[in-house]
Design a protein around this ligand. Structure first.
Ligand SMILES: Cc1cc2nc3c(=O)[nH]c(=O)nc-3n(C[C@H](O)[C@H](O)[C@H](O)COP(=O)(O)OP(=O)(O)OC[C@H]3O[C@@H](n4cnc5c(N)ncnc54)[C@H](O)[C@@H]3O)c2cc1C
Length: 256
């Protein structure tokens, strides 16, 4: 007979593990189900955390490249992308270990496998050891989201990447087109532009791309700075505005 829990949480991303910690703190018998090998969800494994690590590599390089201006001579800095990836993995692994520790500390049972609500108050977990069904007085669904593929540019993880596979790139691409100037698109564009990829963002929302160039903002000083960044960014490798260098706006009906 499988265990019965006060609360079973599906998913170990920030939605899931924070709920699990709180439930544990409140003295509830808690289980968290995760189908990935590692805990942490998109944020820790494929989102916020790994991108910030790579972003810091890019930012550091930008500072180093500007160092001579401030009286520090650093000759020929080069990006060791393999090492940047290793460092990213180290940061992620530390975060995963932190979540595992917090689960133990708060007496949360971690169930590895694909979770499914099989009936009212029942959660079935299909793991390596087969299927097991658990009773759950309460169920929290925190299963997050996965990247969407576009019908006209299917993701093959080789030439057409999504936000998961771009994080695994083993070398810096010579050029890169980023579809979408949202937070995630701008973040990747910024990383790769700064480490040397000729980067172009394609954005259908004209307002977003104008704002990226510093227009349409309330703060005139900030706008000015961004505008300068946009102008400098005519050189694809030198741009340091928030959108890096180039933004192309397209609109529904525009020809590709
Ligand atoms: C590239 C990128 C950068 C980002 N940067 C930031 C940032 O800087 N700041 C920020 O606030 N947000 C950022 N985000 C968004 C952030 O990652 C998400 O908002 C956050 O991860 C959502 O948390 P969640 O717990 O809802 O889902 P997720 O983190 O997606 O976690 C869901 C978990 O549920 C598991 N799961 C799904 N279905 C099942 C099932 N049936 N059984 C068992 N397990 C299951 C999944 O494997 C996953 O581990 C970024 C996202 C991306 C892609």
């Amino acid at each position: 007979m499988a265990d019965a829990f006060d609360v079973v949480i599906l998913g170990s991303g920030p939605g899931g593990y924070v709920a699990a910690i709180r439930a544990g703190q409140l003295g509830l018998k808690t289980a968290m189900v995760e189908r990935d090998k590692r805990l942490g969800g998109t944020c820790l494994l494929r989102g916020c955390i790994p991108t910030k690590s790579l972003l810091w590599t890019a930012e550091l390089l930008t500072h180093i490249n500007a160092a001579a201006e401030f009286g520090i001579d650093l000759k020929n800095p080069a990006v060791n992308w393999g090492q940047a990836q290793k460092h990213k993995e180290k940061v992620v692994a530390k975060g995963v270990a932190g979540i595992e520790f917090l689960m133990k500390k708060n007496k949360v049972t971690v169930l590895k496998g694909h979770g499914r609500i099989s009936a009212k108050g029942k959660v079935e977990v299909a793991g390596e050891g087969g299927k097991q069904t658990y009773d759950a007085k309460n169920i929290i669904i925190a299963t997050g989201s996965v990247p969407k593929s576009l019908p006209m540019v299917p993701v093959d993880h080789k030439r057409v990447l999504n936000s998961d596979s771009i994080l695994e790139l083993q070398k810096i691409p010579a050029s890169l087109i980023v579809l979408g100037a949202g937070a995630v698109g701008c973040e990747f564009a910024s990383i790769f532009n700064h480490v040397g990829s000729e980067t172009t963002i394609v954005e259908e929302d004209q307002l977003r791309s104008r704002r990226g160039r510093g227009e349409g903002r309330d703060d005139p000083q900030r706008g000015q700075g961004d505008r300068q960044g946009g102008q400098r960014g005519q050189d694809a490798r030198g741009g340091d505005g928030p959108l890096g260098d180039r933004t192309i706006s397209s609109h529904p009906g525009d020809r590709a």
